[in-house]
Design a protein around this ligand. Structure first.
Ligand code: PMV
Length: 323
């Protein structure tokens, strides 16, 4: 056993995942399509140590609860036959828990580091499966560029894994993240999905609408058709939020600055800039831009009332070992 460090980029879904067919295995009710980011990343070191009684987590240098990572490490212990507990040190290059997919890059980096630390040598599909067990969206951060996650139909979930659609270098879109609230999000994705599934009258309509969006988005990615991708992605985000808004009590993830950013993105597009928006389970707005247009979009969103920070990212590679 050896210490191993891995990195993984956050990812942003263009066709959203919102709802599970199996909560225990994190099996999605429908597929999803995402882009993996280069500049919003998690770096994680897993050190199996003989003198530890329990797994330990240091998040951005501070001791944190290891509750969600213990089951992941348990599976690598079972696969390798090595029972050592681990010290896990992880840091994000972006605000943790603010709707910026830190769980996606976090679990992807964790499983890749653990795979090397425990010498299990899993292939990418199995790493994607392990990441999914930590967080549904993490399965996609194993791969770079444009990525599709399959809903799968097996009860054991072996077919609910991600695969790459197009390399980042083939269509180097840019992403601007407008942060409209720096604190942690009010309702986690897991709780938000559960509430939507159990109470929203629009939940089944939402799930039924996803396969057609996946077909259209997949074709748009392969054809590099930005106009069609913009239409599908904005509609997918708005439909996801519509299903959540209709839950009991309704989930309002947005604040006034979120809505102002959506209007600003549409105004930019009407004026000829290649940009569209998407929003996850939080108040931050992600603007996806044609190559070369990110700086202009970042300048405009930084001027929107209530935007506290703007970050820019290129698309990037999948998760990988650093040392
Ligand atoms: O991976 P989770 O359980 O944090 O869920 C992610 C849900 C969304 O970010 C809202 C959508 C998505 O597909 O990433």
């Amino acid at each position: 056993m050896q210490a191993a460090t891995a990195r993984a980029g956050a990812n942003i879904a263009l066709v959203k995942y919102w709802g599970k067919r199996d909560a225990r295995l994190n099996l999605p009710a429908a597929g999803s399509i995402s882009i993996t980011l280069a500049d919003l990343e998690t770096r994680t070191t897993v050190s199996p140590l003989p003198d530890l009684a329990d797994d330990e987590l240091l998040l951005d240098g501070q001791p944190a609860s290891a509750g969600r990572i213990v089951p992941v490490l348990d599976r690598f212990r079972a696969l390798s036959g090595c029972d050592l507990r681990c010290r896990v040190e992880t840091s994000n290059s972006f605000p943790t828990g603010a709707g910026l997919a830190s769980s996606a890059s976090g679990f992807a980096a964790l499983v890749v580091a653990a795979d090397t630390a425990f010498g299990t040598g899993l292939d990418l599909a199995r790493l994607s499966e392990q990441a999914r067990l930590g967080s549904g969206s993490a399965a996609r951060s194993i791969f770079g560029g444009f990525v599709e996650m399959a809903a799968g139909c097996r009860v054991d979930g072996h077919d609910a894994v991600a695969h790459p659609l197009l390399e980042a270098a083939e269509w180097p879109l840019e992403v601007v993240v407008a942060i409209t609230e720096a604190g942690p999000k009010s309702v986690s994705s897991t709780n938000g999905m559960n509430l939507t599934m159990s109470t929203s009258p629009y939940y089944s309509a939402w799930v039924d609408s996803v396969p057609a969006d996946l077909d259209r988005a997949r074709r748009a990615v392969v054809a590099k058709d930005f106009g069609v991708l913009a239409e599908v992605a904005e509609a997918s985000a708005l439909k996801m939020h519509a299903s959540a808004l209709a839950a009991q009590p309704g989930l309002i993830y947005w604040n006034p600055a979120t809505v102002a950013c959506l209007h600003a993105v549409r105004a930019l597009r009407d004026a000829g800039t290649g940009v569209f928006f998407t929003v996850d389970a939080g108040p931050q707005v992600k603007a996806v831009c044609l190559p070369g247009q990110g700086a202009r979009v970042a300048d405009r969103l930084a001027d929107v009332d209530g935007v506290v920070q703007v970050m820019e990212s290129r698309l990037g590679a999948g998760a990988g070992v650093l040392a």
